[in-house]
Design a protein around this ligand. Structure first.
Ligand SMILES: NC(=[NH2+])NCCC[C@H](N)C(=O)O
Length: 649
């Protein structure tokens, strides 16, 4: 028997009381120091699901194309089910494999097949479902096959899952969920892309969060990922900014907070422009001077470029710091300014050669309605010869292909730019670039009500600071607990960031949502703080049972896990690799977020029943193996989303 008394806590029932429990975060070691697993001693057969089958002398079903049974137990099941069902029904195995669907709830099984999808002529789907369910061999893999109307529902065998999935999670740890779905493929992901000297608005925030997640996801699935930030760092506004800086700039303020200062200067000089109206001549007016300044920049004037370059570099230094708080690191800070002159000239030439362009009052246009009515017309060169947003994007795409030879390129941009992105892609396609088909616009809806206490949002920092402060306030409402928190600021920061990110990723990307401070910083309901709490709670279960070693967990007698709550939990844990693959199809972070809430709710139901304290060592080891696995999967999911899971709170 274990000596220490470990009282399980019923999270679900206690949620209403939860504020922040005593906190002792070890920021330096987010992995935690408890339960250090010893990789040398591990049993090699547990590193892949299929090698575990061999060790258990279970015959592996043939691998269907596109399935990865080595890493994904759901795929193993798909292979088994489709092959057996093909034998019974005579339907082509591939057809069955592709018709297998997820269930919405586990009481409808783990996989199901809608019989009508198999298009068997003259057959009654309901009758077939009953017949097949009766005949179906459960084998080592299934516990039950049920007909439900025109569906056949397949239930995985929990005892099989325990033996295969738990050791696999415990050994693969952070790698659990990842699978090399592709080989030698490169994806370029462009996201965040704020504009220097302009506010970092909600659209940039969403692009940052979604893009960060997609980058992690592609990496987990075997892609080489290039993370790009395409700064708005070119255009007439830099002429405005330079003129403004001469007038109002302060070297000291620039050094201290470049982003804020440049924004202030920009706002002030724009007021001048407004006040002047048309009262001054082109050469005297601020606007005229700005235009002339930008023209010098476009012509490569070294002095004009030097100031701009400083603004850009100082801003980037600051960006790097802030993105790091969200665990985001770019491979390159590119931007509109980086579009090569050669590519843009080449593009303009190609437009003409392909007969795409026509002149209108000195400007050059492309009429895209010829290809798609909805796309309208777009200007590619202004009358004064300066380039445009779209032309820079075209040149940039050409440069990127030259540089990266990507297999896919993703632009994470708000849905306000849907038309623009479609135009850009169509132009590249009409230029004859084969890779235009590999471009993908991942869009998202708007955020309402994201204003901070201090007023305008100028940069990501302001948003994160505000959230940290709000989180801090929430924490303070529980005085006793707050008093025990060692580093409340850091905790508030990490938990606050989770609040913002989870709120953003909770629903389908395309939905608009309202920025609700109270709701997102709450510990009740499906929020970021709740996920953090669930993680730290599992950590404490591990800490409290530190007598149980990794060896003991991996070699635990998992047949001791019999309770229905544990069976549901293992079925969920087995889904994780499939959830990631599904998320990669939809490019929806919500797929992962929804899964993590299901998981944490199930874990919380387990606390009632599955005690670790006061059990025999064998039973404690088996149960801890389950909790440790759940903790690992939660950890993997949270970091995939870009959160930093906390160990104590
Ligand atoms: N390749 C692109 N055009 N990316 C989108 C850039 C977003 C732009 N800087 C904005 O703030 O709206």
């Amino acid at each position: 028997m274990l000596r220490r008394a470990l009282r399980p806590v019923n999270l679900a029932h206690r949620l209403s009381n939860i504020r922040i429990a005593p906190v002792l975060i070890h920021l330096k070691s987010p992995q935690g120091t408890v339960q250090q697993l010893d990789f040398q001693k591990r049993n090699m057969s547990t590193t892949s699901i299929t090698s575990q089958l061999q060790a258990m002398s279970i015959q592996e079903p043939a691998t269907m194309e596109g399935s990865f049974p080595k890493y994904n137990v759901v795929d193993l099941m798909r292979n088994y089910v489709s092959q057996e069902l093909s034998k019974i029904s005579g339907v082509d195995v591939k057809l069955i494999y592709e018709a297998l669907e997820w269930t919405n709830t586990l009481d409808r099984g783990d996989l199901l097949i809608p019989v009508p999808r198999l298009r068997i002529k003259g057959a009654n789907p309901k009758e077939l479902a009953v017949e097949w369910a009766e005949k179906f061999p459960l084998g080592d893999f299934l516990s039950k096959v049920e007909a439900n109307g025109p569906f056949v529902q397949f239930f995985f065998r929990p005892d099989f899952l325990f033996k295969v999935v738990l050791p696999n999670i415990l050994v693969r740890r952070e790698k659990y969920g990842s699978a090399p779905l592709v080989e030698n493929k490169k994806v370029v992901i462009e996201f965040s892309s704020p504009n220097i000297a302009k506010p970092f608005h909600a659209g940039h925030l969403r692009s940052t969060i979604i893009g960060g997640f997609l980058s992690n996801l592609y990496e987990k699935l075997g892609w080489e990922v290039v993370r790009l930030n395409y700064l708005g760092d070119w255009g007439k506004q830099f002429g405005v900014l330079a003129v403004g800086f001469e007038r109002y700039g302060s070297e000291e303020a620039l050094q201290k907070d470049p982003i804020k200062h440049l924004y202030d200067v920009y706002v002030r000089v724009n007021k001048d422009i407004e006040a002047e109206g048309d009262s001054l001549s082109e050469s005297e007016s601020t606007d005229g001077q700005a235009r002339a300044y930008f023209k010098k920049m476009e012509d490569g004037d070294a002095a004009a470029l030097a100031i701009w370059k400083r603004f850009r570099e100082l801003s980037i230094d600051k960006y790097i710091e802030t993105y790091a708080r969200l665990n985001i690191h770019y491979d390159s800070y590119s931007g509109e300014s980086q579009a090569s002159k050669e590519s843009m000239a080449k593009a303009l030439k190609m437009f003409a050669e392909k007969g795409l362009t026509h002149e209108d009052r000195g400007a050059t246009l492309i009429d895209l309605t010829k290809f798609n009515k909805k796309l309208g017309k777009t200007i590619v060169q202004k009358s004064d010869g300066t380039t445009l947003y779209l032309t820079r994007d075209v040149g940039t795409a050409m440069d990127r292909y030259e540089k990266y030879h990507f297999d896919k390129m993703i632009y994470v941009i708000a849905c306000q730019q849907d038309l623009y992105a479609a135009q850009l892609f169509e132009v590249l396609k009409q230029m004859g670039y084969e890779w235009a088909k590999d471009l993908l616009h991942i869009n998202f809806g708007m955020v309402q009500g994201m204003s901070t206490r201090k007023g305008t949002v100028v940069f990501l920092d302001n948003i994160l600071e505000e959230t940290r402060d709000k989180m801090h306030d929430v924490m303070k409402t529980n005085e006793t607990k707050y008093a025990q928190i060692e580093n409340p600021d850091e905790v508030a920061d990490l938990v606050g960031i989770s609040a913002v990110m989870i709120q953003d990723m909770q629903a389908k990307r395309i939905n608009n949502y309202e920025f609700k401070w109270e709701r997102m910083t709450s510990f009740e309901g499906d929020t970021g703080p709740y996920l953090q709490y669930a993680h730290s709670r599992l950590r404490s279960v591990e800490r409290n049972a530190s007598e149980i070693t990794e060896e003991m967990m991996i070699n635990a007698d998992l047949s001791l896990l019999k309770e229905p709550v544990a069976e549901i939990l293992i079925r969920l844990l087995g889904q994780y690799p499939d959830v990631l693959r599904n998320a990669a199809k939809t490019h929806e972070p919500a797929t992962v977020v929804t899964y993590l809430f299901k998981l944490t709710h199930q874990v919380s139901s387990c606390y009632d029943v599955l005690w670790v304290a006061g059990q025999t060592q064998e039973l404690a080891a088996a149960r801890l193996a389950l909790y440790a696995s759940a903790r690992q999967v939660l950890y993997n999911g949270m970091t995939l989303l870009g959160l930093t899971p906390v160990d104590r709170m």
